[in-house]
Design a protein around this ligand. Structure first.
Ligand code: TRP
Length: 328
């Protein structure tokens, strides 16, 4: 049976947190059994906003690769690679730039949003405007059918579909229109109750030690109205309870919710249960991370072999593209 192709990438800007694990990586791991999966580190994308100081991109790339493997991506089942090593992405990006109306790129909501968010950087660059176009090249160069992404990426997928369609109409049917595969998962809150994000300094990272995790959860915000141990609380107002919903069994969720409402359990006790459950998820990841950190040659081999495999497919597509466009 021919497996359908799935592709997704993660931008190499900073460390991954447990929201990335539960939201994206765990889903990628599940998909590798039933699809022909391509997963990569988007290090060029990190340059679109980080060009002025690219010094951390290399480190991020390595850390993401380590996390891919630690979370359970298996190089025998899926293809793992680094974007900047497959030069064909750049060639396709260039050719697609010829057929992409500026208005399509300017209309992508993340364009203006990110510029607002990162006001301290000069993002009126050609590369930043082209972010979704580079992403389109990443996807369609593998003629991928499905792209597992978060809801925030849906506008990018939409423009990828439009560009694939435009190419097919102008020249020849080369590209399938990629579809977003949205994973159903609750939004992860950070230690302060806002959305978990590296920019809020409220994240639990996959590279955190057990001591870090324990410390972060112990100092988490709870229901602000529950001041004394004897006060009854409202679990729905506590970010700790939001994390219980993701990491704890239903029985434990009920117990902590009831305990909170009736002041039957204190916040420290409630947090200890969460710490135990986060440790259970993290234990195999910590073990695998340590193995890989102590053995960087393994990581290099995996990235090298994956990149070779990806390059082969990318080259095949570029042959079709050149033919379709009538290039030499
Ligand atoms: N834009 C994605 C993110 O921020 C990363 C990315 C780059 C990507 N190229 C891609 C995702 C191709 C899916 C497919 O997470």
């Amino acid at each position: 049976m021919i497996k359908e192709r799935v592709l997704s990438g993660m931008q190499a800007s900073g460390k991954l947190h447990i929201g990335n694990l539960v939201g994206a990586l765990s889903n990628w791991v599940k998909l590798q059994d039933n699809y022909d999966c391509y997963y990569f580190v988007a290090d060029w994308h990190a340059l679109t906003t980080g060009y002025a100081d690219p010094s951390s991109i290399n480190e991020s790339t390595k850390d993401i690769l380590i996390n891919f493997l630690a979370a359970g991506l298996d190089p025998d089942k899926c293809t793992i690679f680094i974007q900047s090593r497959v030069l064909e992405h750049a060639e396709l990006h260039l050719l697609l730039s010829m057929i992409t109306p500026l208005g399509w790129l300017e209309r992508v909501p993340t364009y203006k949003e990110k510029q607002q968010e990162l006001k301290d950087r000069d993002l009126s660059t050609y590369g930043f405007l082209g972010y979704p176009l580079l992403q389109t090249a990443d996807i369609i160069i593998y003629r991928a059918k499905y792209v597992p992404v978060g809801i925030d990426q849906v506008p990018h997928l939409e423009i990828s579909r439009e560009i694939a369609r435009r190419f097919n109409n102008l020249y020849k049917e080369v590209f399938p229109e990629p579809e977003a595969l949205l994973a159903e998962f609750p939004k992860m809150v950070g230690t302060d109750g806002r959305k978990m994000s590296k920019s809020y300094d409220n994240a639990i990272y996959l590279s955190d030690t057990p001591q870090d995790v324990e410390q972060k959860i112990k100092t988490m915000v709870t229901d602000p109205a529950r001041i004394k141990r004897t006060d009854a609380g409202n679990p729905e107002l506590s970010p700790v309870y939001q994390l219980h919903k993701i990491f704890s069994s239903e029985k434990e969720q009920e117990e902590v919710a009831e305990g909170c409402k009736k002041a039957g359990i204190g916040c420290i006790e409630c947090k200890n249960i969460l710490i135990k459950n986060v440790f259970t998820i993290m234990d195999p990841i910590w073990t695998k991370r340590n193995e890989l950190i102590n053995n960087p040659a393994v990581l290099d081999d995996i990235a090298f072999l994956g990149t070779e495999k990806a390059t082969k497919v990318a080259k095949e597509t570029m042959q079709l593209v050149r033919e379709a466009m009538g290039l030499f």
